[in-house]
Design a protein. Structure first.
Length: 132
C-alpha cells in the first residue's frame, strides 16, 4: 500500500460547548465568517502630573466574531441561555478558545422563517490552542 496517503476533511462547522459540561454543546454547521481580533494585553493611561502607567487587561486575549446562517430556534435558545457563561469554542481551523458570549444577536432569514442568521462576539478569556 501507499502508506503516505492522508485524508483531509474541510468543514465550516463551529462547535460551542458549555465549559462546565462539555457534553452540552451545539454545532453551527453554516458558519460563513470568523474574524479574529487580538486584544492588546495592556493600555497606557495618563494620570495627574503627566504620569503614565501600563494597565493590563487580565485574562482577555482575543475576540472572535462568528457569523452563522441557518441557525435553528433550538440553537438560538441554547445560545441565549449561555450568554455570559464560560464556554469553549472550536472552529473549522482547529482553534480552541475558552471565553464567553456577552450578547448574541439574531435576525430571521428572509424566506426561511424557521431559521435565522446570528452574529456572536466571542470574548476569549485565556489563550488559544491549535489542534493538529
Amino acid at each position: 500500500g501507499d502508506g503516505g496517503l492522508m485524508a483531509t476533511v474541510t468543514t465550516d462547522d463551529v462547535w460551542i460547548h458549555d465549559a462546565a459540561d462539555l457534553d452540552d454543546y451545539i454545532r453551527l454547521d453554516h458558519a460563513v465568517a470568523i474574524s479574529h481580533t487580538p486584544s492588546a494585553r495592556a493600555t497606557r493611561r495618563r494620570y495627574a502630573g503627566g504620569r503614565t502607567r501600563s494597565v493590563t487587561r487580565v485574562g482577555v486575549v482575543s475576540d472572535l466574531t462568528v457569523q452563522a446562517e441557518f441557525v435553528t430556534l433550538e440553537q438560538e435558545q441554547w445560545l441565549e441561555s449561555k450568554a455570559g457563561r464560560r464556554l469553549v469554542l472550536r472552529d473549522m481551523r482547529g482553534r480552541i478558545v475558552w471565553g464567553m458570549i456577552p450578547d448574541p444577536s439574531f435576525a430571521e432569514m428572509g424566506g426561511h422563517l424557521t431559521y435565522s442568521t446570528c452574529s456572536l462576539k466571542f470574548t476569549g478569556l485565556t489563550g488559544t490552542a491549535e489542534v493538529p
